[in-house]
Structures are given as C-alpha cells and as structure tokens.
Design a protein around this ligand. Structure first.
Ligand SMILES: NC(=O)c1ccc[n+]([C@@H]2O[C@H](COP(=O)([O-])OP(=O)(O)OC[C@H]3O[C@@H](n4cnc5c(N)ncnc54)[C@H](OP(=O)(O)O)[C@@H]3O)[C@@H](O)[C@H]2O)c1
Length: 240
C-alpha cells in the first residue's frame, strides 16, 4: 500500500512517517501545496493508495497577520490536493488533518463530530474551509485532533486556563493508522481520554520547569479556550 504524507517535516508529519513505515514524505519544495502543478506531479507520479494531508500553516499569529498565505496554503492548498487525488484512477483514500479549534471552545463542552463549528481565529477558519473543500471528494476522512510532540516545551510558560483532550503526536499518528485500516469516512475525532490544561501537557511532555500563565497574560489573536473534544465514532486514547 503506497502512502503519501504532506507536511512530513512537521511535528505530526514526523510521527506519521514513523507510524506509516515506507511512506513517501515529499519535502515542502518537492510538493508545495500552493502550486497546482507541483501537487499534480507528485501525486500522479506516486499514485498513492492513501494520501494524508497534514501540511498547513499552523501559527495562529502568522495566519492572522498573513491571511493571504494562510488562505493559499490551508484552503487553496487543500483544493489542489483534492483536484490531484480526483485525477487518480484508484479511488485513493484521503485523510485531512483538521483541528479542535474549528469549535468555539466553550468550557467543558467536549464537542463531538455532530457539533457545529464556530472558529475563533483565521487559522481555525482556514482549517474549517479546508474541511469543506475535502468534502468534495467522497473517499475521505476528516480527522480533528489536538497534539504536541513529546519534546521540550517551546515557550517559557504554559496556560493553566486553556484546556484540551490532548495527545502526543506519536499517539495521534497511531490513531490515524488505526483509522486508515478501517477506511472510515466523514468526520472523526482522535482524542485523548482526559481533559488537561496546557501547563499539565507541558509537564507531561517532560518540561518540569515550565512557568504558569493565564489568558490575562496573553496579548494576541483570539484563541480557543477549551479545545476538549469527545467522539461518537471512535475510541479515545490515553496520552501516556
Ligand atoms: N499542532 C497542533 O496543535 C495541531 C492541532 C490540530 C491539528 N493540527 C493540524 O495538524 C497538521 C500538522 O500540524 P503540525 O503541528 O505538525 O505543523 P508543523 O509542525 O508546523 O508542520 C507543518 C508542515 O506543513 C508544511 N508546509 C507548510 N506550508 C506548506 C506548503 N505550502 N506546501 C507543502 N508543505 C507545507 C511544513 O513544511 P516546512 O516546515 O518545510 O515549511 C511542515 O512540514 C496541520 O494540518 C495542522 O493544522 C495541528
């Protein structure tokens, strides 16, 4: 089974490369999702049976400040992937990686696959638009999730008042592998079985000395406060 993964150099992409052994992970330069011809060339020469589309512009601040780049990458880029997959004759299974941030993030809501999205920022809006684009293709699964790599926390502090049902990226990749074996279609949440704060997550990832911060200390684009998801369609995973 041939598997093509976009965004292979990213946090999730690296985990996906480990989970899907022997997969093809073209670099950003080899397959630039914003360039139609580059996408078609890579997809048609690889002829994947499964394409996992994980490439995206993910920085909330960067997406807010450069909406054009965010739109081109996350929406038009996904359209280019869908157009390329439609040209294959093997009914390739497409998996689109989306985010818990498509929801408004009310406290303790635990959104399921049936809940109505209401994004808070431009990043989340473009990811939601990417979902809609992906739905033009029938043999597809939209995976909403939330994760960090199990590595040193990137910042000196972490929020004690933002929450999620987080997983580490290796855990999400294993979940995606499980889903790919069943070829599930439609929207599916891959989530952890515990609601924890971002600070708890930082400590669990091994960064014992990370400081605490609250939303009062934050000055930036609007963020999703509670990214906790539940699922009606899949099992939950343990973060450890
Ligand atoms: N991190 C989270 O908390 C989170 C939560 C839920 C869902 N997601 C979704 O999960 C996916 C992976 O996220 P991540 O955290 O692993 O992101 P990441 O570490 O920032 O990786 C993003 C990847 O996309 C690639 N990329 C960016 N623009 C591209 C373009 N025009 N053409 C081709 N490749 C491009 C990057 O390549 P270069 O580095 O070479 O530019 C990189 O490999 C994304 O779709 C994201 O929306 C993330």
């Amino acid at each position: 089974m041939k598997v093509l993964i976009t965004g292979g150099s990213g946090a999730l992409g690296k985990s996906l490369g480990r989970a899907f052994k022997g997969s093809y992970l073209p670099s950003h330069e080899e397959l630039d999702v914003t360039k139609k011809d580059s996408v078609i060339k890579s997809v048609l020469s690889c002829k994947p049976d499964v394409l996992i589309h994980a490439a995206a512009l993910v920085g909330i601040r960067e997406c807010e400040e450069d909406k054009e780049k965010a739109w081109l990458t996350n929406v038009e880029g996904t359209q280019n992937i869908v157009n390329a997959v439609k040209k294959l004759s093997n009914n390739c299974y497409l998996m689109y990686i989306s985010t818990a941030c498509v929801f408004a993030g009310e406290h303790n809501k635990f959104y399921t696959e049936d809940d109505i999205p209401s994004p808070k920022n431009y990043y989340a809006l473009t990811k939601l638009c990417g979902e809609i684009v992906t739905r033009q293709y029938e043999n597809t699964c939209i995976i909403r999730t939330n994760f960090v790599p199990k590595a040193q926390w990137k910042y000196p502090n972490a929020f004690i008042d933002r929450f999620g049902t987080y997983l580490f990226s290796d855990g999400v990749a294993e979940g995606i592998l499980d889903v790919s074996k069943k070829k599930e279609k439609g929207i599916l949440h891959i989530v952890g079985d515990k609601r924890i704060s971002m600070h708890d997550l930082a400590v669990l990832s091994g960064s014992k000395n990370v400081g605490k911060m609250t939303l009062k200390d934050y000055n930036g684009p609007q963020v999703t406060v509670d990214m906790s998801l539940s699922t009606k369609r899949w099992k939950k995973y343990s973060i450890i």
